[in-house]
Design a protein around this ligand. Structure first.
Ligand code: NAP
Length: 453
């Protein structure tokens, strides 16, 4: 291509940053990338999805910062695709647009009682404890909610269970905002019951995350023996995947361990399929599960026997779901934008020229952060193949997009702005009575004010 390729990447989480990195490093390609995000800050789910007591995973930010220091990559935060800019707008400024918008919402669970007070989506709780600007500052913990249920045995279920079972003071050393610390002090949970609808060989936990579940002196992990069973499908799954075998080894150790008498407990129950949330005066008063049994293939069937659990709150952690992107097709069953290796496929089956997807919006909300790297490589490979067919944008000069945002009166943030906010949050951490790496700023207007100061 004789001209410089201008690409907009919508979504500045790891998937978007990796796509920008690959674009600017591809040999023979002279590309500049603008990363656009609705959050005033970059890093998406690393900032607003990874649990605050997982600093090791947050270390990935260091590598992403190195990518962002490339002058060919710019950041435009606080710009919401769909509201502030539309696909037609972006086409005026860019040769190609890559969507890396991830999956931000909870998957729906259609069982009676799901709308009762005290029934929550894990994603909402995660956004709250991670200090996302768009959620209420207060979490509605109830003083009587001592026993709570977590539905789903993936890593999000583990995160939510751990945060519910830890004390506010244990989490004070992390980056949690002040309102979250104050909120957690009102959390009365003593027992978290985690429900798997299948058996131990089918859980989606990863070994390290499961192992560290009892690293808190305040938590005993109790695996209950009912449903701790393996069928032929389970044995095959354990033979096929070493990490699944490791997970089962950890579960087996928990099963055998004597509780230490810690004040909080995380119970893991197998072969319990949630079928109804029971209510009283509009509030959660229990959970009904159908006991299941493995059917030989690693799946389960219902036994027709039910069990009621006296819990006062329910958190569903059954997976994330992507937002529909205005102007793009959407596969509601899979919760993704239909695509061929990352190139978006329109409703009539033809490729949508110059429009690509990567990360969870491309393949669904599964996989660890590192997996988005190979994903981005595939998507950018598709884009590079199409390059000669891409029409030049009407306003291809880099300043044109800034001018457009200014003309619309949009208060966008930049990479320099993020560096200011980053330094500000770290200074708040240093000034704290307990040594903390940072304290997050939560209100959007305050974040934008600091970033644009
Ligand atoms: P996930 O790994 O897909 O787990 C979802 C869980 O929900 C599964 O156990 C699933 O059971 C269960 N489930 C689904 N529908 C259900 C229903 N109707 N009733 C009861 N249970 C139901 O999803 P996730 O936990 O949201 O995690 C998403 C991705 O992010 C994963 O790749 C995860 O590893 C990653 N992540 C990583 C970390 C980390 O610390 N490393 C932290 C958070 C997330 P079935 O298997 O029976 O469908």
């Amino acid at each position: 291509m004789s001209r410089k390729l201008r690409v907009a990447v919508v979504g500045a989480g790891p998937a978007g940053v990796y796509a920008a990195d690959i674009l600017t490093k591809t040999e023979g390609l002279d590309a500049t990338v603008d990363l656009i995000d609705r959050d005033p800050t970059p890093f998406g789910l690393i900032r607003y999805g990874v649990a605050p007591d997982h600093p090791r995973i947050k270390e990935i930010i260091k590598a992403l910062k190195r990518v962002m220091s490339n002058p060919d990559i710019r950041f435009f935060g606080n710009v919401a695709f769909g509201d502030d800019v539309k696909l037609e707008d972006l086409r005026q400024f860019y040769d190609a647009i890559v969507f890396a918008t991830g999956a931000r919402r909870d998957r729906e669970l259609d069982i009676p009682g799901i709308d009762l007070d005290g029934s929550y989506g894990a994603a909402d709780f995660v956004y709250w404890y991670d200090g996302h600007p768009d959620v209420d500052r207060e979490w509605p913990f109830q003083p009587h909610a001592k026993e709570v249920a977590v539905l789903g045995v993936g890593n999000v279920g583990l995160d939510v269970s751990r945060i519910l079972a830890k004390t506010a003071d244990e989490l004070l050393v992390t980056e949690i905002p002040d309102n979250v610390y104050e909120g957690l002090k009102k959390n009365a949970t003593t027992d978290v019951h985690v429900f798997a609808r299948r058996g131990p060989a089918q859980v989606k936990f990863t070994p390290m995350e499961l192992r560290e579940l009892n690293h808190s002196p305040n938590i005993d992990v109790i695996v209950h023996p009912e449903g701790f069973e393996f069928d032929e499908g389970s044995m095959e799954a354990l033979k096929a995947a070493k990490s699944q075998k490791l997970v089962v080894d950890v579960l087996t150790k928990y099963l055998a361990a004597e509780p230490s008498g810690a004040p909080h407990r995380i119970h893991i129950h197998f072969c319990q399929n949630p079928v109804e949330i029971l209510g009283e005066d509009g509030r959660v008063a229990g959970l009904r599960t159908e006991i299941t049994e493995l059917d030989g293939t690693g799946n389960v069937r219902g036994t027709g026997e039910y069990k009621d659990w006296p819990v006062q709150a329910v958190y569903r952690a059954i997976g994330y779901y992507s937002d529909v992107l205005p102007g793009l097709p959407f596969d509601t069953a899979a919760g993704v934008v239909p695509n061929d290796g990352g190139h978006v496929i329109d409703l009539d089956g033809s490729p949508l020229q110059g429009v690509y997807v990567t990360g969870w919006i491309k393949r669904g909300p599964v996989g660890l952060i590192g997996h988005t790297k190979s994903d981005a490589a595939q998507t950018i490979g598709m884009l590079v193949e199409d390059i000669d067919a891409l029409p030049a944008p009407e306003h291809g000069e880099p300043e044109a997009f800034d001018r457009y945002l200014d003309s619309r009166g949009l208060e966008y943030t930049t990479w320099e702005g993020w560096e200011k906010l980053d330094a500000h949050e770290q200074a708040l951490g240093e000034a704290h009575s307990v040594e903390r790496e940072r304290v997050k700023v939560v209100p959007r207007d305050e974040m934008v004010r600091i970033a644009r100061s």
